[in-house]
Structures are given as structure tokens and as C-alpha cells.
Design a protein around this ligand. Structure first.
Ligand SMILES: Nc1ncnc2c1ncn2[C@@H]1O[C@H](COP(=O)(O)OP(=O)(O)OP(=O)(O)O)[C@@H](O)[C@H]1O
Length: 285
């Protein structure tokens, strides 16, 4: 029987960038499949039965929705980055050029080349990149509320506003190996290394080791934050004495009143337990 795939393109992704190249990407993918359905969403309820692959043309938000379907059904996922961050693609070494990525998906479909990667699960939601709470989740929430400036500069403005407003809070982290009580500025639970369009927050996270890499920034002054943040892109923040890392299969975070986000999507706040599920997602290529 032939290969049946769907291409999910959300109109908002990359501020419309995905929709603009959807026709070109679909034409490339048709070279590798027998049937391609073009969908405006990748939400589990709207997807047809019997798919051999789901390809997402979009950013981490669009991928986050698709991951819910792929994890539940075992359907292999193809990534064609067209968002603002594309941090899962970056973390898995998928080409960031959408046409190159589409060609790589076609090759993988033809050669039936798959790989299994881990997923996190927390609060009823699967996540593929980083679950974070504290300063970075507050930046994400603030950036999402801003209407100006356009693109990634919204994050720069949100960072400045949060550096001025943010206070460390008491946090309890309980992992499968121990418990940590501290005043923290942020906690990032990484399945893959990146968030925020290339910030290497959990630089050693390996998506195929069955474990999270957890980066914890303890009590930090504004001056500390201004020293830590520029190093994020290259993972140099780990050298700062306020920063520590843990590795665990399961972690519970208790932090009153902090925002929580996973794959850049806001989640309901409150205490949460995240568990790493080895090989829960199949990636094409
Ligand atoms: N299938 C979907 N169902 C509902 N909402 C979606 C879906 N796909 C994407 N969205 C929403 O559209 C918005 C933009 O999508 P996406 O996050 O992919 O693009 P982006 O923000 O440009 O990229 P990135 O997340 O990589 O920075 C997100 O808030 C996301 O929640």
C-alpha cells in the first residue's frame, strides 16, 4: 500500500511565513508520498485516521500540537521549520531551511528512515523541547501579550521588563534521586537543549538518553541576570555560581504562583511533575 501523509500548516506560524511556502513544500513532499492531505491544524481530533506520517510546517508551537497526536498514535513526525524559534528542529539537527528540511523528509519517507526520541510529559501534555518556570516562563508570557515590536525583538523587550520586575521565589524540586529546596530564579527541564530561538539553556540535554537535563538558576540579582543571560546562546551560563544542573528521569516542581510553559506554549501554573518517556516520539530522518 502507498504512503499516506498529512502536512499541517497553522496560519499563525512564523507570522504567516509557513502559509506562504506551504504550496512549495507540499509539491516537494508529494514526490515522496502517494497521498498528501493539507491540513490547517495538527490537533488530534482533526487528523484523519491511518496516517503513515504527519509533517509539520511551522514552529515549536505547531510542533507541540502535532506531538500530542504523534505520541498518542505512534505516527512518525516530519519537521519542516517555518516558525520564529524552531528549537526542536535545531535540537535534533534538522535543517533550518524549510526546503532542505522538506527534501530530508522525502528522503526519509522513501528510505523508511526513522529515529526514536524522548518526550517529556507534564500536566497531561507532551513536550519535546523544554518545560520552564520562573523568569523565562514570565518572559514568554509577557512576550505573548505584547503586540509590538514584531518578531524576536518582542522577547528582548520582555526580558528587559522582567529583569526589572522579577524576584526569586522558594522552590522545591524533587527528582527520582533527591530533593532540593532553594530560592530560584528559573528552572528549565530540557529534553533537548534549546528554547527562545537558539538559547542553549540545557546545553547537554540528549533527546535519546531517557533523562531530562535540568538547569536551575538560584537566587540571582539583576546584575547576576545581566551577566547570565548573554551566555545562554553558547551555554556559558553554566559557569555562573548561581547556576546548577541536574539530570533526572522524573522531577516535581513546587513553586507558588509561577507561570509555566512547555515548547513555548503557556500551561496552567501550579505544582507539576514532569517525566521523561524514552523513545516516545518517532522522527522521520
Ligand atoms: N495545530 C495548532 N492548533 C492550535 N494552535 C496552533 C497550532 N499550531 C500552531 N498554533 C499556534 O499558533 C501560534 C504560532 O505557531 P508557532 O509557535 O508554530 O509559530 P512561531 O511562534 O512563529 O514559532 P516558534 O514557536 O518556533 O517561535 C502558537 O501560539 C501556537 O500555539
Amino acid at each position: 500500500m502507498g504512503i499516506r501523509a498529512a502536512l499541517a500548516v497553522h496560519p499563525d506560524t512564523g507570522r504567516g511565513a509557513a502559509a506562504r511556502i506551504a504550496g512549495t513544500v507540499a509539491a516537494r513532499l508529494r514526490a515522496g508520498v502517494d497521498r498528501l492531505d493539507l491540513l490547517g491544524t495538527a490537533s488530534p481530533d482533526d487528523l484523519p485516521d491511518g496516517l503513515d506520517a504527519l509533517v509539520v510546517l511551522g514552529g515549536d508551537g505547531a510542533v507541540h500540537h502535532a506531538v500530542q497526536y504523534c505520541a498518542a498514535t505512534g505516527t512518525p513526525l516530519g519537521l519542516v521549520p517555518a516558525g520564529t524559534g524552531n528549537d526542536l528542529a535545531r535540537g535534533l539537527g534538522v535543517p533550518l531551511d524549510p526546503l532542505q528540511a522538506a527534501d530530508a523528509v522525502v528522503a526519509a519517507l522513501r528510505e523508511r528512515r526513522h529515529r526514536a526520541v524522548d518526550l517529556g510529559h507534564a500536566g497531561g501534555t507532551w513536550f519535546a523541547t523544554v518545560l520552564c518556570t520562573g523568569f523565562d516562563a514570565a518572559v514568554n508570557a509577557r512576550a505573548a501579550r505584547l503586540r509590538w515590536p514584531p518578531g524576536p525583538h518582542r522577547y528582548d523587550l520582555a526580558v528587559l521588563a522582567e529583569v526589572a520586575a522579577f524576584r526569586a521565589r522558594p522552590v522545591t524540586l524533587t527528582t527520582d534521586t533527591g530533593r532540593l529546596d532553594l530560592d530560584a530564579t528559573l528552572v528549565a527541564i530540557g529534553n533537548t537543549p534549546f528554547y527562545g530561538a537558539g538559547m542553549r539553556i540545557c546545553p547537554r540535554a540528549d533527546p535519546a538518553d531517557g533523562l531530562f537535563d535540568i538547569t536551575v538558576v538560584g537566587r540571582a540579582t539583576r546584575a547576576d541576570l545581566l551577566r547570565i543571560l548573554p551566555g545562554l546562546r553558547h551555554g556559558r551560563h553554566l559557569r555562573h555560581p548561581a547556576v546548577r544542573t541536574l539530570r533526572a528521569r522524573e522531577v516535581r516542581i513546587e513553586a507558588t504562583g509561577w507561570p509555566l510553559c512547555a515548547d513555548g506554549e503557556m500551561l496552567p501554573g501550579g505544582a507539576v511533575t514532569a517525566r521523561c518517556h524514552r523513545g516516545a516520539l518517532t522522527i522521520l530522518g
